[in-house]
Ligand binder design. Structure first.
Ligand code: CA
Length: 491
């Protein structure tokens, strides 16, 4: 069966709704739609308690079990609710992908006086001023957990940098030797530092603690794979080592997809090469092509939609997606694909041979929210993408076999899938961003004489394939048509 990932959260999901219970309730629905992997958000205690989606990590060992940061549960529920949710997803034969955030920690318990040197915000390699001592929150003792599961204390030897009153400080300890860790990303000179207390991967004790934690996390929860956060800010060698350790330990393949948030294809390919293909990457360039196409309307040339994308260059390692929790409205990285183009984009990620698609929560379930931090921001209402369930079912049952592309018109592109063993599998798709029209495409000779219908059209709309298996498929202006073989009409 085709692999389909579902991102089961969005940035503004309300804590009161308890995401773990919600995903438990929706597990059957997802399985029915052909979802094979469910990506759940960061499950550990945030520095902001229940007020933040989980990327401001405080304690990796607190999955909603200890009274820390003003709450036992996390934004999404308690540890037991998390484990129950994972068990239910497993019962429905789907895998769980855990969100792994290991670049930084926030919300330290104690201050320390530490030696530092300040660096420029826009060039982290440029030091400003002299070495000095500052008092900073860099010591994590987790008093609420009281050494349960691990007695590791994170202090200024476990971190590379910290944000102080005046800006970013590089910590001068025996591991940093006054330099940021080597990362691939050269934005701001060196983009090792993102936020909070930046984790120091050159400290062997840190590596040991993170391996120990990974083992504990997998054993405790039964998660199957990972979504890795903030790869841009982490030494390229860290995750391959960490993953190899866990794969060896558990003697299994561990599915792993990573976020390297950059639309430059060459950078993503370099990262894939540097990590020997161990980590699949989100196709950020494709997302931006969708965004541009949606904004461009009929000015956009659809023949270029896959230009400079991962799914074109390295299809076996590309995780394709339309939107996510960082691109949704009100986010700082907002690059929301306009609603009219969402069925187009979802057809292009779900019904083609290349890439593994990741469907975003709001596309299936919608959302209504405002940014809690500022009462003046508008309320956002996101309706579900009406065509999505149908497209997911077509992916589950029909989108198999050889793909033939018809990218021969700027405003109507199409492709066919010839189908697998089931004589009625296969499909034909047309994507249109201008005036409606038609295109002759072939389903392959084995389908000659069969009738096809547009599953996205309420009106009866059928065509018959000629003796070569070709048909003249139609699409309405600015729409998508998805043609399936009609089973009741035997050849
Ligand atoms: Ca870092």
């Amino acid at each position: 069966m085709n692999v389909t990932i579902f991102q089961f959260f969005h940035w503004y999901f309300p804590a009161a709704q308890n995401l773990w219970n919600h995903s438990k309730e929706k597990a059957q629905h997802l399985a029915d739609l052909g979802v094979t992997h469910v990506w759940l958000p960061p499950a550990y205690k945030s520095a902001n308690g229940t007020e933040e989606p989980g990327y401001a990590v405080y304690d990796l060992y607190d999955l909603g079990e200890f009274d820390q940061k003003g709450t036992v549960r996390t934004k999404y529920g308690t540890k037991q609710e998390y484990i129950d949710c994972i068990n239910v997803i497993h019962e429905k034969k789907m895998q769980v992908l855990a969100d792994i955030v290991l670049n930084h920690k926030l919300g330290a318990d104690e201050q320390e006086e530490i030696p530092v040197i300040q660096v420029k915000e826009d060039n982290r390699n440029e030091k400003t001023g002299d070495e000095k001592r500052i008092v900073a929150y860099t010591r994590f003792t987790f008093p609420g957990r009281n050494n349960m599961y691990s007695d590791y204390v994170w202090d200024w030897h476990s971190f590379t940098g910290v944000h102080g009153k005046e800006g970013i400080y590089l910590i001068l300890n025996e591991h940093t030797s006054g330099e940021w860790d080597k990362v691939m990303e050269e934005e701001f000179g060196n983009y090792d530092y993102l936020m909070g207390c930046d984790i120091e991967f050159r400290n062997p004790a840190v590596l040991e603690e993170l391996k120990k934690w990974g083992e504990w996390y997998m054993e405790t929860t039964g998660i199957d794979g990972f979504r890795l956060d903030a790869l841009k800010h982490i030494n390229v060698d860290f995750y391959p080592g960490w993953l190899s350790f866990l794969r060896e330990k558990f003697q299994k393949e561990i599915f792993c997809m990573g976020e390297y948030w950059k639309s430059d294809l060459d950078t993503l390919l370099r990262y894939m090469d540097a990590t020997s293909g161990m980590i699949q990457l989100f196709d950020v360039p494709l997302h931006f092509n969708f965004h541009k196409a949606a904004r461009g309307g009929k000015e956009f040339d659809l023949r270029t939609i896959f230009d400079n994308t991962l799914v074109k260059a390295r299809p076996e390692l590309a995780i394709t997606f339309v939107d996510n929790h960082d691109t949704q409205p009100l986010q700082s990285l907002e690059s929301w694909v306009d609603p009219w183009f969402k069925p187009h984009a979802y057809a292009m990620v779900l019904l083609r041979e290349q890439g593994i698609p990741c469907v975003f929560y709001t596309a299936l379930y919608g959302a209504s929210y405002a940014d809690g931090k500022d009462g003046n921001t508008p309320r956002i209402d996101i309706p579900p993408t009406a065509e999505l369930e149908t497209l997911m079912k077509v992916r589950r049952d029909k989108a198999y076999g050889t793909q033939a592309d018809y990218f021969d018109d700027a405003h109507i592109i199409g492709w066919t899938r010839s189908g697998a063993d089931d004589p009625y599998s296969g499909c034909a798709v047309l994507i249109c961003n201008g005036e409606g029209g038609e295109k002759t495409m072939s389903m392959g000779e084995k389908h000659s004489g069969k009738t096809m219908f547009n599953v996205l059209d309420d009106q009866p709309n059928e065509i018959v394939l000629n003796d070569k298996g070709e048909g003249v498929f139609t699409v309405d202006g600015g729409k998508v048509s998805v043609w399936l073989l009609k089973e009741s009409n035997e050849k």
